[in-house]
Design a binder for this molecule. Structure first.
Ligand code: COI
Length: 356
């Protein structure tokens, strides 16, 4: 049968809409960069507001070597996804939440931010321009990466005089190489990703550079990723390099509360609401590392990882295992409800999805 998404179209320098699907192997998507057709840019001078942005052909960008983002890390990013429904239409998941989080992060990083409306419109335009890269239903999603950067020049430490919002997209499948199989984490108790009063609670680019060392060491030892502890007591769970963490004991779901050192994940927040709507008790509180040894189930949440079951955690050489190598009962239930909602397979009573 002819795919409903296949029609003749060409990609030109000026954006033209296409309903054709890109010619790639949709069954082997992981979480790796795949170049797409268009990106969106919008600029702002310090003290001003963002002007109307534009779509342009996807490609390298030109930056002055003295740009604030290159020299002092004045940059933020967001991550959200678009799913293709079985009827061919495209759904965004809670884009206003990303816009709001970018605003908060920009304030912390002394950057201006686009209005929620500008952000959402820019995301929509970028996705529509790259429609042929939204995977077929069930094959993955289009990951949308808005970057907010200090692109103006600085030499001394100061906020840059000019900013750029750039949005690009890439089709993705599962984040971890394990796919939907359980991941194996190691608790890091010496290196930290965030400190009280620091920037751990916003999505600044430096937070992710800060995890690379511990992550590389962990991966070399065969672990999937690292679970961080708070840097004051070295006792309470914070988050994994790219996602939030949840612990289940006797059907009560607990997750570290948002207190400035943990990224306020939109999937985290959505899973809490989904879990409560399914009748679970959810606690946002300090979760001690020792609780891992007594838990029935552990899972991670994030835009990129969605809901990812944890199969084992190692802390100071002691290893605890959960389940049979896949989802536990609770994470399976939450994953199913969330992803069905995101893909438009169940009624969106929460009003979370935006159809393009
Ligand atoms: C996301 O889940 O969108 C993230 O930002 C995590 C990223 C570091 C892969």
């Amino acid at each position: 049968a002819v795919s409903p998404f296949r029609r003749h179209a060409v990609v030109s320098d000026t954006y033209s809409e296409t309903t054709e699907l890109a010619d790639i192997d949709w069954d082997s998507l992981g979480f790796a960069y795949v170049p797409t057709d268009y990106m969106y840019t919008m600029k702002c001078v310090r003290g001003g507001s963002f002007s109307k942005g534009e779509l342009q052909r996807f490609g390298n960008i030109e930056l002055n070597p003295s740009a604030g983002v290159l020299n002092y890390g004045q940059g933020l990013f967001e991550g959200l996804k678009a799913y293709r429904k079985v009827d061919g239409n495209i759904l965004l998941f809670r884009p206003e939440e990303n816009a709001l989080r970018m605003k908060i992060g920009a304030e912390r990083m002394c950057m201006p931010s686009p209005t929620v409306e500008q952000f959402v419109e820019a995301v929509k335009a970028t996705v529509l321009a790259n429609k042929r890269w939204v995977p077929p239903p069930g094959k993955g999603s289009l990951y949308i990466r808005p970057l907010l950067m200090g692109t103006g020049t600085v030499l001394g430490v100061a906020p840059a005089p000019e900013y750029t919002l750039l949005i690009y997209v890439s089709p993705v499948g599962n984040y971890f190489k394990e796919g939907v199989a359980a991941i194996n984490l190691v608790v890091e108790h010496e290196l930290h990703r965030a400190t009280p009063g620091g920037t751990g609670g916003v999505k600044t680019i430096g937070n992710y550079a800060a995890v690379l060392k511990a992550q590389s060491i962990a991966k070399a030892k065969g672990y999937s990723d690292v679970l961080y502890l708070d840097c004051v007591h070295k006792k309470y769970l914070e988050e994994v390099s790219s996602c939030n963490i949840f612990v289940v004991k006797d059907n009560v779901i607990s997750t570290p509360s948002i207190k400035g050192t943990i990224l306020p994940g939109i999937t985290r927040k959505s899973i809490i609401d989904v879990a409560r709507s399914q009748g679970f008790q959810v606690e946002e509180r300090l979760v001690a590392v020792d609780e891992l040894f007594d838990a029935d189930e552990v899972f991670c949440t994030g835009t990129a990882v969605v809901v990812s079951p944890v199969g084992s955690i190692t802390y100071k050489g002691k290893r605890v295992s959960y389940g049979e190598g896949g989802f536990g009962a609770v994470s399976q239930q939450l994953y199913t409800v969330l992803t069905r909602l995101q893909m438009g397979l169940i009624e969106d009573k929460m009003n979370w999805t935006v159809e393009l």
